[in-house]
Ligand binder design. Structure first.
Ligand SMILES: [Zn+2]
Length: 291
């Protein structure tokens, strides 16, 4: 692995420590034979005392004279080795920071903002059997997806602050870390994005957006609670849910309403699709946990 200047760790360490490099006691490395005869055999290092210079004949009758103290070289090599470790640790740190940033960026694009990166299955509060059940069902869904089994659809209904979104975020994080394609999106944002493809300036086609929502390993549609104005919007939702149904891909629907309320918003046809393949309803029927 080299740095941006193409230096190896060793080169980078040596160049950072160049001011400490052992001193050559004569000028130049190569000398003619005549010059070499005049060069003393011994030199004196201020720190280590007398040492012998090394003479070796190279091409064209030139003599290479190395007048560097061996002890100084050994000491310098130790410094270089330490510096190499420092550089490696620094490079590793930069790498993990970059990986962490890339992961956070990816999760943000999948609907899990920075604030929610801490949401995990491990820190979901399970002090009642129904919370335990909600956690187990969500974990089981992720397990099926990770292991390539057909996973059930889930309908998570219940009041504000009961932890539905926490579990949804935890699922997106778990699946993302396992290399699966998934996302959490608010219903209104999904519909808006599909609808915006109808504009002439749209850079995305309806087909490509539909495909994105219909083909990921898990789609979590959150905040199903705002009434739509038109059948067009209901149609978009059906297209997504039906597309996923046809691909045998699971969908999670999250709402503060009850099942009847959800049905009113997304329509009977969507609910029917979600019920097939063993869809489950998880009722988050406990008090809000928000302070
Ligand atoms: Zn020395």
């Amino acid at each position: 692995m080299t740095n941006i200047n193409g230096q190896t760790v060793n080169q980078e360490a040596r160049s950072e420590l160049s001011h400490l490099a052992p001193k050559n006691h004569i000028k130049g490395l190569l000398h003619t034979k005549e010059e070499a005869k005049k060069i003393p055999r011994e030199f004196e290092c201020e720190k280590h005392g007398y040492f012998k210079a090394k003479f070796s004949e190279v091409m064209n009758g030139k003599v290479m004279v190395n007048a560097v103290c061996n002890e100084c070289i050994k000491e310098f090599d130790l410094l270089v080795a330490e510096k190499e470790q420092e550089i490696l640790a620094k490079r590793e740190k930069i790498k993990t920071e970059k990986q962490r940033e890339a992961r956070a960026e990816k999760l943000k694009g999948r609907g899990v903002g920075k604030r929610y990166l801490q949401n995990s299955f491990d820190n979901f509060n399970v002090d009642t059997p129904s919370k335990q059940n909600a956690l187990l069902k969500t974990k089981e869904l992720c397990r099926c997806i990770i292991e390539g089994e057909i996973a059930p659809n889930l309908l998570m209904v219940g009041g504000v602050g009961t932890g539905k979104t926490h579990l949804a975020n935890a699922a997106v994080i778990e699946l993302t870390d396992s290399g699966k394609d998934c996302g959490r999106v608010n219903l209104i944002d999904m519909v808006r994005r599909l609808k915006s493809t109808w504009s002439k300036d749209s850079e995305e086609s309806e087909e490509s957006v539909l495909k994105m929502y219909s083909s990921c390993d898990l789609l979590i549609i959150d905040e199903v609670g705002v009434q739509f104005n038109s059948d067009t919007e209901k149609m978009f939702v059906f297209d997504v849910i039906n597309g996923r149904y046809e691909e045998e891909l699971p969908t999670v629907i999250i709402s503060n309403l009850d099942v009847a309320g959800v049905k009113e918003i997304i329509g009977d046809r969507c609910i029917d699709r979600l019920r097939q393949d063993g869809g489950k309803v998880i009722a988050f029927d406990w008090e809000s946990q928000r302070a």
